[in-house]
Design a protein around this ligand. Structure first.
Ligand code: ADP
Length: 486
């Protein structure tokens, strides 16, 4: 848990750091760009002012240059005086490219620098031009050139330039302040992230603590407190609660199953033990042992039947009860069950009828399991039908299924029990109270249900107490092959 918190904090800080770096870069580039635009504007304005002064001076004085014989032309000192206050480098040249004037800042660039500025100015187009020149003394310079067509050829080109370091200071200072502030911000982000992650993960810690308190099957009834936030944590708590409920249910079923199984086995064992003990102490002749042995055999048979059923269900639960499906005419299976029913029904005074269709009803089934299912239903029907009653077996063809029906006119099932008769070990009150008459384990219908469902079908019951019951097993018919007979 702690590591998630730490990881979240670090990621948060890293994300913030990256976002800040990107923001800083964009801001720096944008500031730099606009600073250069401002600078260009300033240089051009300066050049225009200077040009206007030159034009005005020419109009008033009539000339601009002071031309002493044998010397190169130079700007008239009266006119040049105005430019002495100009802070930036200013260079004025005539049409042949001869320098007429260079301001104090321009002179600092040296002869080479001035010449280069003049060359740039002469190469510039007719209208004004701007650019950056590298390699000048004192570093990179931004320049603006203005041609002076109205003064040509006496003065032809005006260039104003300024060291870019002077203006780049603004954006650079911005980056510096950001770098200085970055550690503080990242540290604050780490602390804040740690707090936020702690808050977000707090409910999870609570859930883990609550889950840890559920140590065994007895504490499975506990439920986690679901936060009312409706977020992921509350969903997690709900999901875990659902899982706990299912676990509790399966645990309960398992516990009940174990208790029921041991209870059901205990009774016959006690009967056998008492019978054997009695025989050992009371019987004097071997003939007197026979009834006790007979009783013991009956109980042992009952127990082995139950153990067999338990084994089947245990295999089902483990998913180790494979079925072998093979096409089989269900009429044969129903008729077989009918014969058994007749045999069982005759001594009990119960009439049995069997009704199967004329046409074969072939379905892929595990014949052995279907036989077991029919046998369970038939023995139940005979068992729970008093003398004089009837048991009817039928195979009925429906649109999408084939129905195996076992109907009786027996004691019926009370409405409260109908939903539970398929549960393991469930036995109706009447069945329990007369165990001698109607021995059973309460496992038969649970096995029937599994067999029906393993065939993709279902088992249902309709019953009225005192009137009888009808057990219907519907097995789905495979879809007819296209073009084949339905
Ligand atoms: P049992 O071994 O008790 O017959 P089953 O699982 O086969 O166990 O049946 C469960 C219970 O369902 C029975 O105890 C009985 O109460 C009821 N039952 C099953 N079949 C019938 C029937 N044909 N008529 C009335 N009750 C039935």
């Amino acid at each position: 848990m702690n590591t998630i918190r730490r990881r979240l904090t670090v990621w948060y800080a890293v994300a913030l750091g990256l976002a800040m770096a990107a923001f800083g870069l964009v801001l720096y580039l944008e500031r730099r760009q606009s600073t250069f635009q401002e600078l260009d504007g300033r240089l051009q304005l300066e050049a225009q002012f200077a040009a206007r002064w030159l034009v005005e001076s020419k109009r008033v004085v009539g000339r601009l240059t002071d031309r002493a014989p044998g010397r190169p032309p130079a700007l008239d000192p009266g006119v040049a005086a105005y430019f002495e206050n100009v802070r930036d480098a200013l260079v004025l040249a005539d049409a042949q490219g001869r320098v007429l004037y260079a301001s104090a800042a321009a002179r600092e660039l040296g002869f080479e620098g001035i010449e280069q500025l003049v060359r740039l100015g002469r190469a510039a187009p007719a209208s004004s031009a701007v650019g950056t020149v590298t390699g000048l003394r004192g570093g990179d310079h931004r320049w603006a050139a203005l041609p002076l067509p109205r003064l040509a050829p006496e003065a032809a080109i005006l260039v104003v330039a300024v060291d870019t370091d002077e203006v780049a200071f603004g954006p650079a200072a911005l980056v510096q302040s950001m770098l200085a502030a970055a550690p503080v911000i990242v540290l604050a982000a780490l602390m804040l992230g740690y707090l936020i992650a702690g808050r977000a993960l707090g409910p999870m810690v609570g859930i883990v603590d609550e889950l840890e308190a559920i140590t065994d099957g007895r504490s499975l009834h506990r439920r986690l407190a679901v936060p009312m936030t409706g977020d992921e944590v509350s969903r997690l708590a709900q999901t875990l609660n659902g899982m706990l409920a299912r676990l509790e249910q399966s645990f309960g079923t398992l516990r009940r199953f174990t208790a029921d199984a041991s209870h059901e086995l205990k009774t016959p064992l006690m009967v056998v033990r008492a019978g054997v003990e009695r025989a050992l102490t009371d019987a004097r002749t071997p003939g007197e042992l026979v009834p006790a042995l007979d009783e013991a055999l009956g109980q042992v048979n009952r127990m082995s039947h139950m153990v067999e059923s338990l084994l089947t269900l245990a295999r089902v639960d483990e998913g180790r009860a494979p079925l072998a499906f093979e096409p089989h005419d269900l009429r044969a299976l129903v008729q077989e069950a009918g014969e058994t029913a007749e045999m069982l029904g005759e001594p009990a005074g119960i009439a049995v009828t069997v009704d199967v269709p004329e046409a074969a009803e072939v379905l892929p089934v595990d014949a052995e399991r279907i036989r077991q299912l029919l046998m369970n239903l038939v023995t139940n029907a005979i068992k729970y039908t008093p003398a004089g009653g009837r048991v009817d077996l039928a195979l009925e063809r429906r649109e999408q299924a084939v129905v195996l029906a076992v109907r009786d006119t027996g004691i019926g099932i009370s409405p409260g029990d109908v939903d539970r008769i398929f549960d393991r070990f469930f036995r109706g009150d009447q069945a329990r109270s007369r165990t001698g008459d109607r021995p059973g384990t309460g496992l038969g219908l649970a096995i029937c249900k599994w067999i029906a469902e393993a065939h993709g079908g279902s088992i249902t019951v309709a019953s009225r107490p005192g009137k009888g019951s009808a057990f219907l097993v519907a097995l789905p018919r495979p879809a007819p092959a296209p073009g084949g007979e339905a």
